[in-house]
Each structure stands twice: as structure tokens, then as C-alpha cells.
Design a protein around this ligand. Sequence first.
Ligand code: MN
Length: 131
Amino acid sequence: MGNNEAIILYIEDNFHNRRLVRKILNANGYTVHEAEDGPSGLRMVYELHPSLVLLDISLPLMDGIEIVGRIKADPKLREIPVVAVTASAMVGDRERFLAAGCDDYLSKPVRANDLMEKVRGYLPSGAAKRL
Ligand code: MN
């Protein structure tokens, strides 16, 4: 992986969602790192200092609300954009995620165009590897 490649981290416990997002990102020239539960996801945020975090909210062991809270409470991490990716469709959920510190929100099922619009909006141009 080259130095100028964006590091995207997707924290998601559902294999099918991970596979879908990986497929979309790879097709657009991005690589994605993946974590399957809250604690390992948070650990990878510290280790990788990603350019963008895609965050499921309902996660084993530590939920996305707590993860984004910890990221945004840390001066070394708080600049990292965090996009909630969740099927949660209850009234007020979007506001709850944003209030918890998420920079943005993307609803499941993930659609390629919506995902890439968010990704391109948060990553510097040219960050994707040219295919
Ligand atoms: Mn989940």
C-alpha cells in the first residue's frame, strides 16, 4: 500500500455487509481494513489512524455510540471523520448518531452511489489508487 493511499476502516460485525462494502470500495480503487467487534475496531483506530471510519452502531462488546464517543474525546483522533452505517431507521436515530459525534450517516442497505459520495466527500482527492 502506497503512502498516499487513504486508509478506510470499516467496523461491522455482519459478514455480508463487510463483503458488500469491501466490494464497492475495491471497485473504486480503495482498500478497506475491517474489524468485527467494538474493542478490536477501537484498537485499529489507534493503530491505523485511518483517514475515514465507517461505523456500524450495533456491535458486539462495545457499540458504535461508545466507539465514536471515545474517538471524538481523544484530541489525537477527533479529526478522523466517522460515518455511521446502520439499518436503524427509528425516528431520531440519525440525530442520536450525530449527537454522539458521528460526522455523517449512511443507511443500510448500502448503495454504491451513496457510499462513494460519502467516501469521496471525506477523503482528499487522489487518495484512491488508480486502477
Ligand atoms: Mn451490527
